[in-house]
Design a protein around this ligand. Structure first.
Ligand SMILES: NC(=O)c1ccc[n+]([C@@H]2O[C@H](COP(=O)([O-])OP(=O)(O)OC[C@H]3O[C@@H](n4cnc5c(N)ncnc54)[C@H](OP(=O)(O)O)[C@@H]3O)[C@@H](O)[C@H]2O)c1
Length: 435
């Protein structure tokens, strides 16, 4: 028996909470050894304490009263696995104010209130650990904070939402449409009944905000992220992308651009030879580019009960060590800088455009002119098929200033020969020697 004891209160016993309770049981001995303390689960907050749970635990542990945990003097460490912003924020604020240590896997909360909570922890002598909030089981927080601390990080880029990656993988591998892939993802538990946060790119944006603070030390918030989801990606676009040597992925990209920061989440064409192109299904991966280390890639399961529990329990072990040995949390918080966010119009990208146009002489020329007028040059052109006098045309540009591209696109939309604009996506990594 360890001489030190750490009392733990869990807020939430759903998917991740169940994984955490089960991992604490499965690896009990080694976890306690590594923590250097006896970890005692004292109370678990849930909405419905009568509900049956996946993990066998004494009924007396469950409560639906937050004060049973927040005001419990036997609890040193609070592990928040409820999700959502409120009341999680309120509870963690109370916990930190009373000097308790906190572990959370809540990306929404960390993206919106992470800087306030970290500051509160610093002032009150508490600490907040959040490895599980980004990348599920993939270690990202500690590597960015510690192992890569010597670098100036210039770019982080990755696939950080498993639901959308599963859907795009199925669409690309099976040629099925978005709605069918979504249904399959829901049946297999890779998408929630209401997946709008994932599909619209918000989940990836929350994670990008958390990661960008670690990578760039910037104080960016959700309002600084350009967010586009995958709802408009069709099997047809994936088929064309493949013909051109690409696939389509929902990318989260944070980068330094001329003294500014750019934070964007968008579906993009990615060369098939790029390592991120072969990240399939529920898997996630993040590329980090540092000025000393070069390119580093992290890969693994970005969600799920046990992968996320792996990150959360590691935080519990770290927090318990800090509590038992009365050492600082060691998570090396540095003050965040106010680095300005670049206006999207100044960004330079290559674009893919799929449209339906009248199949008659002069249409290609007018398209080329509309682009030429805005200094947009074309790299690839595909005419797929022509039915009833309407042709499907795919155009890929060279790198262009985004403001110019969107002005040209507006003019094209107004041309009488253009019947429909079907898809507009950025093309990533086309001209890059490295990844
Ligand atoms: N699921 C994943 O793969 C994953 C991956 C990475 C990070 N995360 C993050 O981990 C957190 C938990 O996710 P999850 O999927 O485990 O959620 P979940 O399955 O919905 O579980 C939420 C738990 O919190 C309890 N709860 C929620 N609101 C409450 C309230 N107001 N008062 C008391 N109890 C409340 C629920 O109680 P009842 O059981 O009684 O309803 C449930 O036990 C979220 O922040 C999520 O973003 C999840």
């Amino acid at each position: 028996m360890k001489s030190q004891k750490v009392g733990i209160g869990l807020l939430g016993m759903g998917t991740v909470g169940g994984g955490v309770a089960s991992l604490l049981q499965i690896n009990e001995e080694s976890i306690q050894e590594k923590a250097g303390a006896e970890l005692q689960l004292k109370k678990i907050l849930v909405r419905d304490s009568a509900k049956s749970r996946r993990v066998e635990l004494p009924a007396a542990l469950f409560t639906s009263e937050a004060t049973d945990i927040l005001e419990n003097p036997e609890i040193d460490l609070i592990v928040e696995l409820m999700g959502g912003v409120e009341p999680a924020r309120e509870y963690l604020e109370k916990a930190l104010k009373s000097g308790k240590y906190v572990v959370t896997a809540n990306k929404d909360l960390m993206a919106r209130y992470g800087t306030d909570l970290l500051e509160l922890a610093r002032q009150s002598g508490g600490a907040i650990f959040f490895e599980g909030s980004v990348g599920g089981g993939i270690p990202l927080v500690r590597p960015l904070k510690h192992c890569l601390a010597a670098n100036r990080i210039d770019r982080i880029m990755g696939i950080i939402n498993g639901t959308t990656n599963y859907i795009l993988s199925r669409m690309s591998l099976e040629g099925i449409e978005f709605q069918d892939a979504l249904l399959e993802a829901q049946e297999k538990g890779f998408a929630e009944a209401d997946s709008s946060n994932d599909l619209e790119g918000w989940d990836a944006a929350y994670k990008l905000v958390v990661l960008s603070r670690l990578a760039f030390g910037c104080s960016a918030g959700m309002e600084d992220v350009y967010v586009r989801g995958i709802n408009n990606v069709t099997a047809q676009d994936l088929m064309h992308a493949e013909k051109l040597g690409y696939t389509i992925k929902l990318l989260a990209v944070g980068e330094r651009v001329d003294g500014f920061i750019s934070l964007r989440v968008f579906p993009a064409l990615l060369p098939l030879k790029h390592p991120l192109a072969s990240v399939y299904n529920e898997f996630n991966a993040l590329f980090v580019e540092g000025n000393a280390v070069g390119e580093v890639m992290f890969y693994g399961k970005g969600a799920g009960a046990m992968p996320t529990a792996s990150a959360v329990v590691s935080d519990i072990i770290d927090a318990s060590r800090c509590l038992s040995y009365k050492i600082e949390d060691g998570l090396m918080e540095v003050p965040l800088k106010d680095i300005p966010v670049i206006s999207g119009e100044k960004m330079v990208s290559s674009f893919y455009l799929r449209l339906q146009a009248e199949d008659r002489p002069g249409v290609f020329a007018s398209l080329a002119n509309a682009f030429g007028d805005e200094d947009v040059s074309l790299d690839m052109i595909l005419q797929d098929r022509s039915e009833k006098g309407i042709a499907e045309i795919v155009l890929v540009t060279h790198d262009v200033r985004e403001a110019n591209y969107f002005r040209a696109l507006q003019n094209i939309k107004e041309m009488p020969s253009i019947r429909q604009i079907n898809g507009v996506f950025r093309v990533f990594g086309k001209n890059k020697e490295s990844l």
